[in-house]
Ligand binder design. Structure first.
Ligand SMILES: [Zn+2]
Length: 87
């Protein structure tokens, strides 16, 4: 068993010197959008100059999903989101 001695102020300060909130590291993408460092750009899907995320396919998938959801709502007799917007 290790008997730990009471830490003196110097040791406590040394340990706590690493305990601080880090600011978000943001950088600007080559497309001009603000993105987080070491993360792919959310607007063009590029990381390190290469396209990592297929943004077009992703938005198309989202639109298809919305359409399917709306159809299901209509069939069940509920008011869909687009009809809500019209009224
Ligand atoms: Zn970008």
């Amino acid at each position: 068993m290790v008997v730990r001695m009471r830490a003196n102020r110097s040791k406590t300060g040394q340990r706590r010197s690493h305990l601080r909130a880090e600011s978000l590291r943001v950088s600007r993408c080559e497309c001009g959008a603000v993105r987080l460092a070491h993360r792919a750009c959310p607007s063009c899907g590029k990381y390190n100059g290469k396209v990592i995320i297929d943004i077009v396919a992703r938005t198309e998938r989202g639109q298809r999903r919305d359409k399917r959801k709306e159809k299901a709502l209509r069939e069940s007799g509920q008011v869909t989101e687009s009809e809500k917007a019209n009224t």
